[in-house]
Design a protein around this ligand. Structure first.
Ligand code: SF4
Ligand code: SF4
Length: 332
């Protein structure tokens, strides 16, 4: 029988042992329906999720809700929106109770005296031109000043098809302000002209992502296998999509047979009652989904399928380590 220990030498087995203890149980929370930007292609606004529920305004209700989430077994709260930094009291309610990750556009600085070690992920869409076109301003110019040298921050660099051949300059800019970067791909939910991926572009960007990881290993948090999976939508000869997606809210999951999935995962709307279908757009066609977190979770929940060859299992370990680093369950 093929076992984990039969496939790994001591060093890899030790890496495996460290992550296999983690038992991460995440859920996602819309902190608010409001944002200080309106990006073209924002999954939240383009799918109408901002209108799905009326925001809960009573902070005591947030606190009670978070306690219940903790009792449900959640040990990683991923805060999105809207823009969570518009409601720092709600962010603080999570931070005081649970390991918390806050996604933000970086225009407002999270005060570090109040949130000394909260993980912050700043969204960055392409380069200056892409950001002006898609988001209305060069957000990096502001967020980089707010977060320069912040050791609990990384950029979530959403690569657009126009970034092919240009990613190195962005990675260097991020390296130069002393923060880390993780890469994912734009899903182009509002069909902006010139921002949808063609197959040959996906092949090109995969190799460029590999190069960035090889050249900037101290800055880039990633793995080659993740690049392969996210650009091809394929893992162990299976195709990504609705039937395989791990990041579907538990109560929406009527799939039969049930695929491997995130245990007890829910994406909550800001009324603390309504749930959204999945970790991203309610209305996105799953065949076009390039969501980075969904792809990496897809690998992570399919451990058994990777206990096949040493290479497969090492690939799985690297993706799990990448996830654990991004949410600071293990050091960078
Ligand atoms: S900053 Fe984020 S939440 Fe706000 S509009 Fe842009 S993508 Fe949407
Ligand atoms: S849109 Fe993406 S994350 Fe949502 S269910 Fe479809 S594949 Fe999964």
């Amino acid at each position: 029988m093929i076992t984990v220990s039969s496939l790994l030498d001591n060093e890899w087995y030790e890496r495996y042992r460290k992550i296999s203890k983690l038992n991460i149980r995440s859920s996602i929370y819309d902190v608010t329906n409001r944002c200080n930007l309106r990006c073209r292609g924002c999954f939240f606004f383009s799918s109408g999720e901002h209108k799905a529920a009326k925001e809960e305004m009573d902070i005591l209700k947030w606190e009670r809700f978070i306690e219940k989430e903790k009792d449900r077994g959640v040990n990683l709260a991923i805060l999105i929106g809207g823009e969570p930094t518009l409601c720092l009291d709600r962010v603080e309610a999570f931070y005081k109770r649970l390991p918390t990750f806050c996604a933000t556009n970086g225009l407002i600085k999270v005060p570090r005296d109040r949130f000394p070690d909260m993980m912050v992920g700043i969204s960055l869409w392409g380069d200056e031109q892409d950001e002006k076109l898609l988001r209305g301003k060069d957000c990096f110019a502001i967020s980089s000043k707010n977060y320069e040298g912040d050791e609990y921050t990384y950029y979530l660099y959403t690569i657009t098809p126009r970034q092919i051949g240009k990613t190195e300059r962005i990675i260097k800019k991020i390296r130069d302000i002393g923060v880390k970067v993780h890469m994912q791909l734009l899903s182009n939910d509002e069909s902006v002209d010139g921002f949808s991926w063609r197959n040959e572009e996906l092949t090109d960007i995969r190799f460029e992502m590999d190069e960035m990881l090889d050249h900037y290993p101290d800055t880039v948090i990633s793995s080659r296998y993740y690049h392969k999976v996210i650009t091809s939508g394929n893992m162990l000869d299976r195709d990504f999509g609705w039937l395989e997606c791990p990041s579907v809210t538990e109560t929406f999951d009527n799939r039969n047979p049930k695929p491997k999935r995130l245990i007890h995962f829910i994406r909550w709307a800001s009324d603390l009652k309504t749930m959204h279908r999945c970790c991203t757009s309610e209305t996105r066609d799953c065949t076009t989904c390039k969501d980075g977190a969904a792809h990496m979770s897809w690998v992570m929940v399919n451990k058994k399928a990777h206990i096949r060859t040493a290479e497969d299992l090492k690939n799985w370990i690297e993706v799990y380590e990448m996830f654990a680093k991004l949410y600071r369950f293990i050091p960078w």
